[in-house]
Ligand binder design. Sequence first.
Ligand SMILES: Cc1cc2nc3c(=O)[nH]c(=O)nc-3n(C[C@H](O)[C@H](O)[C@H](O)COP(=O)(O)OP(=O)(O)OC[C@H]3O[C@@H](n4cnc5c(N)ncnc54)[C@H](O)[C@@H]3O)c2cc1C
Length: 418
Amino acid sequence: MSIDKTELYDLVIIGAGAAGMMAAIAAAEGGIKVLILEKLPKIATKLKATGGGKCNISNTLANEAFMEAFGREGRFMQYALESLDQQALRDFFATLGIETDVLDGLRIFPVGHQSQSIIGALANEISRLGVVIHCNSKIMKTVYTDKNFNVYTNKEVYQTPKLIIATGGKGYPQLGAEGDGYKLAASLGHSFHMPHPAMMPLKVAEQWVNHCCADTIAKARIIVDIKKYKNYRAVGDLIFTKGGIRGPVVLDFSREITPLLAKLKEVPILINITKGMSEEEIRTHIKSKLSDSKHYNTLQLVETLLPSSISQVICTMANINPALGFAKQSGVSRAKLIKLLAWTPLTIIGHDGFDKAMITRGGIKLKEINSRTMESKLVEGLYFCGEVVDLDGPCGGYNLQWAFSSGYLAGSSTLSKI
Ligand SMILES: Cc1cc2nc3c(=O)[nH]c(=O)nc-3n(C[C@H](O)[C@H](O)[C@H](O)COP(=O)(O)OP(=O)(O)OC[C@H]3O[C@@H](n4cnc5c(N)ncnc54)[C@H](O)[C@@H]3O)c2cc1C
């Protein structure tokens, strides 16, 4: 590579996603010379697609509950949230002219529900603060010498004492993030937990789901049917598809499942499709329906709990003659039916990989990053923020809030040492 021009900046940020842009704003507010390098032709390509284009930027949870939703490592984000929590994020966008709303009491969206309004506000602020952005600039390598980073694209080299890696994870590579950040960090001495695709539909072995396509089950519960992993569970709406399951509960559950699937090749699960009813509650429900009307056949009884197509499938699985009354079924079939209504077994056998993964599980190891500043503990002047870091949250604005908060903390922390 022959490059004859080196440009100097106080701070270079790799990646113009939610995290990188927020980091740029926080740093440029301190008056330093900031450059963002983005490999795609436009900034914020993934941000544009978020929330189905509506951009669920955060949620109303208090910081403690927010961190808890990220699991054991959630506490790592304490300082990032203290520097910019959901209220501060809403205030920040309000000062940029973008008000937010919370129609369901939890999820925060920009009023009008257009991701473009968030992107426009960030772009205007970045421009007002004099941040330079170079798109179509893919970083190929970074070299650290004499407390400076040389950052190479295929045509230019930039020099800076402060570098922020905000390259995202590996999910939806067409939206930019392809795992480059892990390689760049590794070349500077960092290690990372193996990235796994997360938040996506799952494929199952059982063919019966094909007969239930498009049926939505509200408040379904899923658990892993392996003793050691029984604490892997999720609750929410589930939709059966051809060959699999999807819906909010599946997106959340897939965060736990994909690493397990990589290890075990298939994962047995149990789903409760009766809004959490126990076997006892189902028995009581059936009794009460039969006391209302003795004329129910078994299929009609099950249909008081489930959509018709699933009711038929469950009856078949329990060896039930659907046209007969409940009392006329064998005791074994009745017990099996009730058991299946409480916990229906499925076997997860695959997924579509990173192509359909809304987030990435894994990333730069937390123990190598100072949570008070987002600075590397290994390389002075190197910072990380957003999805490239080994933290991922469920659906509902968690991941964007983390990207904005960690970006803000990383960007503002670069100022303290300049
Ligand atoms: C379809 C979809 C919908 C989503 N909806 C929501 C939602 O509603 N709410 C929510 O909280 N989360 C949502 N998420 C997750 C959320 O979008 C991400 O967690 C978040 O955008 C991560 O931000 P980031 O800045 O860390 O990474 P990214 O947004 O991925 O940005 C990283 C940037 O770095 C650039 N880059 C990567 N490598 C290089 C390189 N070598 N050189 C230069 N540039 C590089 C990429 O092109 C990209 O622009 C969704 C994700 C998807 C895919």
